[in-house]
Design a protein around this ligand. Structure first.
Ligand code: HEM
Ligand SMILES: N[C@@H](CC(=O)c1ccccc1NC=O)C(=O)O
Length: 384
């Protein structure tokens, strides 16, 4: 088929809008090059908004007549971070929305999509960690050429970074050096962070989702034999699991304290040792233990991705802190904090999904795992 004819046929098939101007001429020149929605041609530069992006590197050193070659790198590296933060926010919005919908279950399309997008966030965060090396090609002396011009700005004020932390589940009350926030961030940014805190975070949505898991209905456990000496008031699985776990503890680990910690984590409703609810802790451990069952594979992937993201965010904090030590030693930060000392405190405190990681304390080897009732096994399998 001739190219021109193809274009005409396409137009009539798709009922495309007529192109303004000399349609015949534009058809021959730009055959198959039009956009079917607008009938116009896209142009790389405009589509990507490059005029705006590429004119957004305003060097303060240039404005002040100071010679500071590396300020361009400094700005571009930060802008690249902020662009990726924007993409992370975009993914997070969709993940939060999926989790907020009540019908999400362990076999749903939503769960698969959420895990897929979370994996994208994880890959982006790997890039963000690697990017520190590019920043580190700047030497401390190169930085001093323009550092003073930055005062009192600092990465502490990165609003997108704060929103990502908040939407994942970090609360203002749990932050290191809370008092800096009111001083350092613009009122409108503080307000927006507070507003984000009032919506359910991924941590809270995850807790609700885990707590709703239907494994514990008693009809799945009627054939599960209660052994002598096991707590008859406890769910049969947990009474039994508790015994196996205790028997596996050796030496100094085998103590009243360990059992108390077990009971508090999985059963206490008040004065909890962690933020995750007792129901959610039980479901998450169950998913770790029985992840080979088809319906638990996707939930397992999701929990694993959240752990990976938490770990990568900590790795970024660590790499950033090491870079800061190398760049400014023990000097105070332009943002008014103690510098590396502050960053170390934030790194140690700002974990979000650490509760999931600490569940590893309570795993037992596969060969000791209690066998599940056939009814539960069937319900945890795909049905054709
Ligand atoms: C020469 C390079 C850098 C130096 C010397 C540096 C230094 C610092 C210091 C000292 C702080 C503590 C706040 C203060 O200033 O008092 C800080 C915070 C921060 N910086 Fe940087 N930074 C650098 C590059 C970057 C880059 C490339 C990013 C990427 C976005 C970044 C993101 C952050 C963030 C998010 C915080 C807040 C961390 C938290 O509160 O947990 N910084 N930085
Ligand atoms: N806080 C840094 C300055 C700094 O790194 C910075 C300054 C303005 C905008 C972003 C920055 N990057 C990260 O903290 C310092 O104390 O040298």
């Amino acid at each position: 088929m001739l190219v021109e004819n193809f274009d005409l046929e396409l137009e009539s098939c798709l009922k495309l809008p007529k192109v303004a101007g000399n349609a015949a001429e534009s058809r021959t020149k730009t055959a198959t090059m039009k956009n079917s929605y607008t009938g116009k041609e896209q142009y790389y530069n405009d589509y990507l908004g490059l005029d705006k992006i590429l004119s957004a590197q305003q060097l303060e050193s240039e404005a002040q007549g100071v010679d500071a070659h590396d300020e361009m790198l400094f700005i571009i590296v930060h802008q690249a971070y902020e662009l990726w933060f924007k993409q992370v926010q975009h993914e997070l919005s969709s993940i939060l929305k999926i989790f907020d919908e009540q019908y999400i279950n362990d076999n749903s399309k939503g769960l698969q999509v959420a895990t897929h997008r979370l994996n994208r966030v994880v890959e982006i965060w790997k890039l963000l960690v690697a990017q520190v090396r590019v920043m580190e090609t700047m030497t401390p002396m190169d930085f001093l050429d323009f550092r003073d011009l930055l005062t009192p700005a600092s990465g502490f004020q990165s609003f997108q970074f704060r929103l990502i932390e908040t939407r994942l589940g970090l609360k203002m009350d749990h932050r290191h050096a809370k008092k800096y926030y009111e001083k350092q961030l613009r009122a409108e940014h503080i307000e927006a962070i507070k507003a984000a805190e009032n919506s359910l975070s991924l941590f809270e949505l995850l807790d609700n989702w885990l707590a709703r898991m239907p494994f514990w209905q008693l009809d799945y456990w009627q054939n599960f034999e209660q052994k002598a000496g096991e707590n008859a008031e406890m769910h049969p699985f947990w009474a039994h699991y508790r015994g196996i776990y205790l028997a596996g503890l050796k030496g100094s680990e085998r103590s009243e304290i360990s059992m108390k910690a077990f009971d508090e984590l999985f059963f206490a409703q008040e004065n909890r040792p962690v933020r995750l609810s007792e129901k959610a802790c039980r479901s998450a451990l169950f998913i770790y233990l029985y992840r080979e069952y088809p319906l638990l594979q996707q939930p397992f992937q999701l929990l694993n991705k959240l752990l990976e993201l938490d770990e990568l965010m900590s790795t970024f904090r660590y790499r950033h802190m090491i870079m800061v030590r190398r760049m400014i030693g023990m000097r105070a930060g332009t943002g008014g904090s103690s510098g590396a000392g502050y960053l170390e405190g934030a790194m140690n405190k700002h974990h979000i999904f650490g509760d999931l990681a600490s569940l590893a304390t309570y795993l037992i080897p596969r060969n000791l795992l209690p066998e599940l009732d056939q009814k539960l096994v069937k319900d945890l399998s795909f049905r054709l």
